[in-house]
Design a protein around this ligand. Structure first.
Ligand SMILES: *Cc1c(COP(=O)(O)O)cnc(C)c1O
Length: 427
């Protein structure tokens, strides 16, 4: 039996209808933008393996730094102890994050969000002003743990748990041309004075289908929160580390968030790591002789030294001018490709935020489990291309190491998909 066959007997995969998709493709090697399966097929990983692999696969520089850290000190508990990789990474993050002054580590995006919400709720309690309401945007995705699910849009993802999720106020998504409705909805909720925090995916709602909104709207949201004193939780788990053109999406607005969540690209996709960064103002509300005011939260792998070393190495690459040039190339190539697709009969919308290009196909069914979605996925797999659509939205979110030629090949495959759709050859 090969790996795929052995897998199908014992594994339970994430976000996978196990009956319809019994066999997972077994990858044995990663080389830059490529993943190689056990038959030797080379696939272009055009979505950075669920948005994490910033610099592609098998990066030697990161691997070397990780190996050095592993043989020096792989891990050390982080309560009562500390280490250079965690401190150095904290210093470097605070250098590039706007107005943040404290770093709390965890190990994935959902936990980074959980920590952010616990900080926000307890901040108000510690201040003697118990505000409890959290406001989020319809269609949001902030993770899969219970708290993160609660602030995520109600969907098939959360359906089985609806009654168990705490109450969250959702404002409408700021649809293009109708942003004012969303902004005034936020204004109305905030005016009640009981909002502890507003949480948002800045500029791009990833999981909802790469739904985008402009920086002016984000600025309005943030400014409103400041006016009413609600904390701003900026969930940059997907948008962080250069995805939207700037280093962080919130760099495109002047109002500063109070809490920033990071994960995914933070280690270049090499190791799991989560960060919740916050301001001195929030931290100070917990800095007290009274222990009931401290933050009771921690994970076994908090500040894992090897993960911090991977993150430092990834940051070396990210902040190097070669990477800036590479990102600019991707942004420009996407924009040029978008122009060639404009007005295409099979496309309902095409949108770009930095290195993310999303193409929304015209379709009768837009559900996550639609047959069209599966057909598109399989079409690309047949072309040895990993482009895992979100419903009827095909998007490219490439590793920054992708070359112009490799990107052109991705575009060609998308053109071929559109032709196949036009000719009714897909379903
Ligand atoms: C993926 C994601 C999360 C959850 O991160 P995990 O590491 O998958 O738990 C949270 N927020 C956003 C915006 C995400 O895209």
């Amino acid at each position: 039996m090969n790996i795929s066959q052995r897998d199908s007997k014992i594994m339970w995969h994430p976000y996978t209808p196990m009956k319809a998709w019994p066999e997972a493709i077994a990858m044995v090697r990663g080389e830059g933008v490529y993943l190689v399966d056990e038959q030797g097929n080379r696939y272009v990983d055009a979505i950075s393996s669920w948005w994490v692999c910033l610099h592609g696969h098998g990066n030697k520089y990161i691997a070397q730094k990780v190996a050095e850290q592993m043989t020096t000190m792989e891990h050390c508990m982080f309560a009562g102890f500390t280490h250079e990789p965690a401190v150095r990474l904290g210093e470097r993050l605070l250098h590039i994050l706007p107005d943040m002054s404290r770093i709390f580590y965890s190990d994935n995006g959902s936990t980074a969000v959980e920590v952010a919400m616990k900080m926000a709720i307890q901040y108000w309690r510690n201040k003697g002003m118990p505000r409890k309401r959290i406001v989020a945007i319809e269609g949001a995705y902030h993770g899969d743990t219970f708290g993160a699910m609660a602030v995520s849009g109600r969907s098939v993802f959360t359906e089985a748990f609806t009654e168990l999720l705490f109450d969250v106020t959702f404002i409408p998504f700021p649809e293009r041309g109708n942003e004012a409705a969303s902004i005034s909805a936020l204004d109305a909720v905030l005016a009640a004075g009981d909002v502890a925090a507003f949480i948002a995916e800045p500029l791009v709602q990833g999981s909802a289908g790469m739904r985008m909104y402009d920086a002016a709207t984000l600025e309005r949201y943030f400014a409103l929160c400041k006016r009413y004193g609600a904390l701003i939780i900026d969930d940059e788990v997907m948008t962080g580390f250069g995805r939207t053109g700037t280093l962080f999406a919130c760099d495109q607005v002047s109002t500063r968030p109070d809490i920033i969540c990071l994960s995914k690209g933070i280690t270049g996709g090499v190791m799991p790591l989560g960060v919740t960064a916050t301001t001195a103002e929030v931290f100070d509300a917990f800095y007290d002789d009274d222990r009931s005011r401290m933050l009771y939260h921690g994970h076994s792998f908090t500040a894992n030294a090897t993960a911090c070393a991977a993150s430092l190495a990834s940051m070396d690459l990210l902040l190097h001018e070669d990477c800036t040039t590479a990102r600019r190339m991707i942004v420009e190539a996407h924009a040029a490709f978008a122009v060639t697709l404009a007005g295409h009969g099979m496309i309902a919308d095409i949108r770009q935020a930095g290195t993310i290009l999303a193409i929304e196909l015209r379709a009768d069914t837009t559900t996550y489990h639609s047959a069209l979605r599966d057909a598109i996925y399989r079409f690309f797999i047949g072309k040895k291309m990993i482009l895992r659509p979100l419903g009827n939205v095909v998007y490219i979110l490439p590793p920054y190491c992708i070359t112009k030629e490799e990107l052109a090949h991705v575009y060609t495959c998308i053109q071929e998909l559109l032709t196949a759709l036009e000719n009714g050859m897909l379903l």
